[in-house]
Design a protein around this ligand. Structure first.
Ligand code: KG4
Ligand code: ZN
Length: 346
């Protein structure tokens, strides 16, 4: 199967400015021809939200408003191009926090009008699917993408550009959310994923055998029972070491993620398993996915941490593909907080 290109006028020399403001990262990037990242600037709000123990939507919108213009300006300066060279503006229109999305979408539409270039509304989740191919354009379809972030946990079969099948998703907490909640319970700090990852280095992953919700016969995930089980265990054993609990919890999450991703890849005949989302930075997950792929004779591709987490290069890349297949997005398309991916099967 090959990409359907209805708009070949947008090609290898088309320079897309990507803008991302869906959650707590303000980002802008310039990408040429869908794959060549010319510049990529990310300003994170993690420290601003840390004192609240999670992302506060209104605070996020205000912070985007303050830094978006300088972030865009820096992405253009770092690229070393005149702004008149920009051929299209791609921006996340959803899913995400409505106030945060509105900041990026308003800026993107204004710039599209000022420069008289196409506006491209991008689905943030589709952009995550494109992140890996930005770092390795030789990845071949079909791919199985394990997308694990603070807000999402999904297994997706990427059959081709724009052709996705949802294999499974979480029925309760996202994987990153589980890391964050367990870390908060253990007083390990925010964001919880890196804190648990670090604490686990000093712990025994076999100290406590926490339950693995394998939901037999399905590629769906559930992490809320595991979180409750960790809390119950610690309440019953107040002297247990946090490092052992962190390591045992992490082992349970990773076990489920890797088991399902490998089974999915086998079923669809995938050439590779690709990771995406903030949890893809987890050291045990990275190690176990690679080990599993070697055993299964397929490729395991681990994008860099910068490409796994929210960034605007992936927005520009996904926007370039959308521009070629669908053309410019009408300016009356706005921020859509619950935007879904156009899956073939749901
Ligand atoms: O993709 P991301 O940066 O933001 C969104 O959720 O959109 O993901 C953030 C999530 C947080 O829940 C964070 O705790 C988790 O990714 N995370 C990790 C690690 N680094 C970040 N989880 C496990 N291990 C890590 N090393
Ligand atoms: Zn994201």
């Amino acid at each position: 199967m090959s990409e359907s290109i209805a708009h070949p006028e947008f090609g290898e020399s088309t320079l897309v400015l990507g803008i991302e403001t869906s959650c707590d990262e303000t980002a802008a990037a310039l990408v040429m021809g869908g794959y060549d990242v010319v510049s990529s600037v990310v300003s994170t709000q993690v420290e601003i939200h840390a004192e609240f123990g999670g992302v506060v939507p209104e605070v996020a919108s205000r912070a985007h408003l303050e830094v978006l213009n300088p972030v865009i300006a820096r992405s253009i300066v770092e690229a070393g191009v005149e702004d008149s060279r920009i051929d299209a503006i791609a921006c996340t229109v959803g899913p995400g926090l409505v106030g945060a999305l509105l900041v990026g979408v308003s800026a993107a539409k204004s710039l599209a009008l000022v420069y008289d270039v196409p506006f491209i509304g991008v689905n943030h989740m589709e952009a995550h699917l494109y992140a890996a191919s930005l770092e390795d354009p030789t990845l071949e379809f079909p791919l199985v993408v394990l997308l694990v972030s603070g807000g999402h946990t999904m297994l997706v079969e990427m059959q081709d550009h724009g052709r996705y099948r949802l294999l499974g998703q979480t029925i309760d907490d996202a994987a990153g959310e589980a890391f964050d909640k367990v870390a908060r319970f253990l007083d390990l700090g925010y964001p919880g994923g890196p804190a648990i990852d670090e604490a686990a280095l000093l712990g025994d992953p076999e100290a406590v055998r926490f339950p693995r919700a394998l939901l037999d016969g399905s590629y769906n995930f559930s992490f809320s029972g595991l979180k409750t089980s960790v809390m119950n265990y610690v309440r019953k054993h107040p002297d247990v070491s946090s490092a052992d609990v962190a390591a045992s919890f992490q082992a349970a999450v990773v076990d489920v993620l890797v088991t399902k991703a490998r089974a999915a890849a086998k079923e669809v005949g995938a050439t590779s398993i690709v990771l995406g989302g903030g949890v893809a930075a987890n050291s045990l997950l990275r190690e176990e996915i690679l080990d599993g792929c070697v055993k299964d004779g397929i490729q395991g591709f681990l994008p860099s941490r910068a490409m796994c987490t929210d960034n605007a290069a992936m927005i520009a890349a996904a926007g370039w593909h959308r521009l070629r297949s669908d053309g410019p997005t009408p300016l009356d398309v706005g921020a859509t907080p619950n935007l879904r991916l156009p899956f073939l099967n749901v």
